[in-house]
Design a protein around this ligand. Structure first.
Ligand code: GLU
Length: 492
């Protein structure tokens, strides 16, 4: 086998979604494993739907995931340009070659004529396909149509006898009856190539050895193989990956929630977790292992182990996995990741002092075990930085308004104000004493303080919270909570 050259060929008509990201990943993994080349090609021949923003978002998403390409936008390479919109002359040249060799022809049929043809086929209960009526136009007929100002497309003269076999590296041998193929359009009347044509010219000229893409393209493959053969190009190996479904087993779509990489990024998913999770969408190493670092994926990935069956996207599993990767981060890394966002939220100033940095890191340390998404940190950290508490109503009702809470808080407030230093060693005995005094479980003593100081009943350990919030603010919040309770007691 010569050098492995694979490609990811997105159409820039929107964001990079889970399916595309997985396609990019599998291509990337194979390229890295086999010291191959990973090409990024932008398939922007749909002039109406392609946008520059979408190109930018796709590149950004690939960079976020760490799927670095070797040739393509921003990288160059000897097989460029890597935007299909800049390769129109190339497609034209190969289309002309097909015309010369008798494998393509001009078709002047109007949409109306095509429609009538289909209606008639429907009535006769025949397959709906172009009937090849322009295959044998004489030169006079051609000239006449041109004189009439009729527009033409170029159609490929498809082989419609026998079968086309795709030896798919994932699906196995798939046989297509050529009879099903019609003379499909390769160049539209505006001179723009169709996907099935441009993709072949590019994959051939870019010397792509393996075409790895979604199963939705399997049915295009026989058409493409015929074009490779008609132009005497080497046919690459094909591998079609199973589709990705939502939990309801329908094709994964926006209906199922976030599906674009940028959305996931903004919600606080780590690239490492995303890569690991995407790899498992249709691929597995064995039944046991689920956590794979990128290098491990590069070493262990193989197309043979990609499933033929659809994969189900499980957001819960991705969240869980993200939590695993968050816990593996060094505190400094986690700090660097959240810093820009925390500055935006004004948790931290533009230039935090050393003391502020250390405090932020201690806060992160106390929360690291508890979060699944970086964005969870916004809600679970704000009370360390902002004065105004957002009380969780349920927690207030269940905990603060419970009988005895006012007395517990009153007692603790006096003690907390009096204690020498606000450290874990000093705080612990105060809670123990309160426990004895009120004859309650330790949790019953801690919960009112937790709700008073954080506004909610879930937080890191209470001594950590008190230490990090500090004495003044903690005591002020306890006083506020006591006022709330008193007010409530008067009301009822
Ligand atoms: N531009 C096509 C798509 O985004 C590429 C398909 C292929 O990989 O051949 O679906």
């Amino acid at each position: 086998m010569g050098q492995v050259r694979v490609r990811f060929a997105p159409s820039p008509t929107g964001h990079l979604h889970v399916g595309g990201a997985r396609t990019a990943l599998f291509n990337y993994l194979l390229a890295r494993q086999l010291q191959g080349v990973f090409v990024l090609r932008i398939e922007d021949t749909d002039m109406e739907r392609s946008t520059e923003e979408s190109v930018t978002v796709i590149l950004e998403s690939m960079e976020f995931l760490g799927l670095e390409w070797d040739e393509g936008p921003g990288k160059g390479g000897e097989f460029g340009p890597y935007f299909q919109s800049q390769r129109l002359d190339i497609y034209r040249k190969y289309a002309d070659m097909l015309v010369k060799s008798g494998r393509a022809y001009e078709c002047f049929c109007t949409p109306k004529e095509l429609d009538e043809m289909r209606q008639a086929q429907k009535q006769r209960k025949e397959d709906l396909k172009y009937d090849g009526r322009c295959r044998h136009l004489t030169e006079e007929q051609r000239q006449e149509f041109i004189k009439q100002g009729k527009k033409s497309v170029l159609r490929f003269k498809a082989e419609n006898e026998g079968v086309t076999v795709v030896n798919d590296l994932i699906k196995g041998k798939v046989t297509f009856d050529n009879h099903q193929l019609d003379d499909f359009v390769i160049i539209k009347s505006d001179g723009i190539p169709t996907y099935n044509f441009a993709v072949v010219i590019d994959d051939a000229l870019m010397q792509i050895s393996h075409v790895i893409r979604g199963e939705d393209h399997l049915s295009n493959t026989p058409k493409q193989i015929q074009i490779y053969k008609a132009l005497d190009f080497n046919v690459p190996r094909f591998a079609h990956m199973p589709m990705i479904l939502g939990p309801d087993k329908s094709l994964l779509s926006k209906r199922h929630g976030a599906t674009s990489v940028t959305q996931f990024r903004d919600e606080g998913y780590l690239p490492s977790a995303m890569i690991n999770y995407l790899a498992l969408l249709g691929w597995s190493y064995d039944d046991a292992q689920t956590i794979f670092a990128k290098q491990e994926l590069i070493d262990k990935f193989s197309l043979e182990k990609v499933s033929k069956n659809p994969a189900v996207f499980d957001i819960k599993k991705l969240q869980w996995m993200n939590g695993v990767y968050i816990r593996e981060l060094e505190i400094d890394e986690l700090y660097q990741m959240v810093l820009p966002h925390w500055q935006e939220l004004e948790f931290l100033p533009k230039n935090p002092s050393n003391e502020q940095k250390e405090r932020a890191k201690s806060i992160l340390k106390s929360l690291q075990e508890r979060i699944k998404l970086l964005s969870d940190l916004d809600d679970s950290a704000y009370y360390f930085f902002q004065d105004e508490l957002r009380y969780n109503e349920k927690a207030v009702r269940k905990v603060l308004y419970k009988e005895g809470s006012l007395e517990i808080l009153g007692y603790l407030l006096t003690e907390l104000l009096a204690v020498k230093e606000f450290t874990q060693e000093n705080l612990e005995p105060i809670f123990k004493q309160a426990q004895n005094k009120f004859e309650r479980k330790l949790g019953d003593i801690m919960q009112p303080v937790r709700v008073a100081v954080t506004g909610t009943n879930v937080s890191p350990g209470i001594y950590d919270v008190l230490g990090l919030v500090g004495r003044a603010k903690s005591c002020q919040r306890i006083k506020n909570a006591m006022e709330m309770i008193k007010f409530h007691q008067k009301e009822v």
